[in-house]
Design a protein around this ligand. Structure first.
Ligand code: 2AM
Length: 491
């Protein structure tokens, strides 16, 4: 018997990669009556994990079996196998797939990549591994607690593979109103794509909350603890969400070392792992104005230049001090601005997925996507129910902003939103995501934009041509700007 094994009974599932997410997902799977074979590149991690859980009991015959080689791992799982891989996104996924093939995994074995892989890598892997492994991609969201007790799972790939994965994924996912927070999203990279957009929206959500905090902190005398109470109150209304809830908790937290508010001792340099950037880059590639998401990525980049900002703070002038606003009214207005901006950020994320399904040949169900984000994941919120309802009302909704509920919510709150953005601008407090969301809203509701002037400029210096408002689309004209008599020609 293998020194690592708890026992040698055959397993129904295998999992590779015992990082934080992997360890928690294994326990979650075992909790649902599955015997899980586990393997980690560094064997000591597997041994430590098994010793930590040696005394655990799992219901319905669930259990763990440690393996110290991939050959042993393959032998431990009943074929056709379901193998979940949770290793670092990138080349590690390719390496593990090749090693699995060498160790005896076959074309009927489903290999589920649960990492934050770039969806184009998932498309490539599924194509290149066909006939060798049934490669399948699934987004997993929810952090370590989600992975342990119920994540939101975003699967995409071969429908036949999904049929076999489905009972496991439905069992271990979060449940909202008894419904599992997972649904088949589409072929090849659709699952990882939707997970990427989820993360892009998460970036925007977090940035918007940060801006709300920053403005209130900057123009009122409220302490972080008092602002924690403000966010707790926000969480009692339409903003109710995991991120607002943890914000309230964070703002009330003291630093155990100094006793100061923890938020004041944490260095204001944001980290990122790439999914927000991928979302913004993809939005640019597809020509979708996902401005709040892009601003959130840029804001993290700006924050990272702490030294540059510290130097500039002594050089660059800001506005003269503004009068302190009426606190309670501002707290209410910021809530409204946050809600309106959030609606725009989500509208942008869904617009992006709408463009992506055309570009990549998927059929995404946006109501279902909002539904599976209601539980388990980081952006979980009551608000997502409104999105599901909007898409159930109008399946081919062109933009969430056009839904009657969202249009009405913004109409009711827009004066406060504008006031908040104005106040931030006047006070010199940066609010890039609030402001860009508002600009998005104003641009989207503008029948006329200055792109007519821009097209004229392009035609002027580069003969790039223009269409005319009085001619059918698709007819292009050029004005001979250099001629003494400027004439228009159709090209
Ligand atoms: P490790 O413990 O051997 O480093 C998260 O980093 C998980 O991904 C860890 O379980 C880590 O294994 C695993 N991982 C990272 N790179 C890997 C690779 N090239 N092959 C296998 N596992 C890898």
């Amino acid at each position: 018997m293998n020194a690592m094994s708890q026992d040698t009974e055959p397993c129904t599932v295998g999992l590779i990669g015992l990082g934080v997410m992997g360890r928690n997902l294994v326990l979650n799977i075992a909790d649902h009556g599955y015997r899980v074979a586990v393997y980690n590149r560094t064997g000591s991690v597997t041994a430590e994990f098994l010793s930590q859980h040696a005394g655990d009991t799992f219901p319905d015959g669930g259990g763990l079996r440690g393996c110290d080689s991939l050959a042993q791992f393959i032998a431990a799982i009943t074929a056709p196998r379901v193998i979940v891989v949770l290793v670092k996104a990138g080349p590690a996924v390719d390496a593990v797939c090749e090693q699995l093939i060498s160790a005896g995994a076959g074309p009927k074995d489903i290999v589920v990549d649960g990492g934050n892989s770039l969806w184009t890598d998932t498309i490539r892997r599924e194509r290149d591994l066909r006939g060798k492994l049934a490669f399948f991609g699934s987004g997993v969201s929810g952090g370590e607690v989600g992975a342990r007790y119920g994540p939101s799972l975003m699967p995409g790939g071969d429908p036949a593979a999904w049929d076999r994965l489905r009972p496991i994924w439905e069992a271990i996912s979060a449940k909202v109103d008894g419904e599992p927070c997972t649904t088949y999203l589409g072929p090849d990279g659709a699952g990882h794509y939707v997970k990427m957009v989820h993360n892009g929206i998460e970036y925007a959500d977090m940035q918007l909350i940060g801006e709300a905090y920053h403005l209130l902190r900057s123009v009122t005398d409220m302490t972080p603890g008092q602002l924690g109470d403000v966010f707790a109150a926000y969480n009692g209304g339409e903003l109710e969400s995991y991120l607002v809830e943890i914000t309230a908790d964070i703002l009330r937290q003291e630093d155990p070392v100094t006793g100061r508010p923890l938020v004041d001792v944490i260095l204001d340099r944001a980290g990122m792992k790439g999914t927000g950037t991928w979302t913004a880059v993809n939005a640019m590639e597809l020509g979708v104005p996902a401005t709040a998401i892009a601003e959130a990525v840029m804001a993290r980049a700006m924050s990272a230049d702490k030294d540059g900002r510290t130097a500039a703070a002594n050089v660059l002038a800001g506005p003269r001090t503004q009068a302190t606003p009426e606190k309670d009214a501002l707290v209410d207005s910021v809530r409204d601005a946050l809600y309106c901006s959030k609606i725009c950020a989500y509208a942008q994320g869904f617009q992006l997925m709408r463009a992506a399904q055309t570009e990549y040949g998927w059929t995404l169900d946006f109501g279902e996507i909002a539904r599976i984000w209601r539980g388990g994941c980081i952006i979980r919120a009551v608000f997502l129910e409104r999105i599901t309802e909007a898409y159930r009302r109008t399946g081919d909704l062109a933009n969430l902003l056009l839904d009657e509920y969202f249009a009405g919510e913004i109409a009711r709150r827009q004066d406060q939103w504008r006031e908040v953005v104005s106040r931030a601008v006047l006070a010199g407090v940066p609010c890039p995501a609030f402001a860009s969301a508002l600009a998005y809203y104003d641009a989207y509701r503008s029948e006329t934009l200055p792109a007519s002037l821009l097209q004229a400029q392009r035609d002027y210096f580069g003969a790039h041509t223009y269409e005319r408002v009085d001619q059918p689309r698709g007819r292009f004209f050029h004005l001979d700007w250099t001629a003494s008599t400027r004439r228009q020609v159709e090209v």
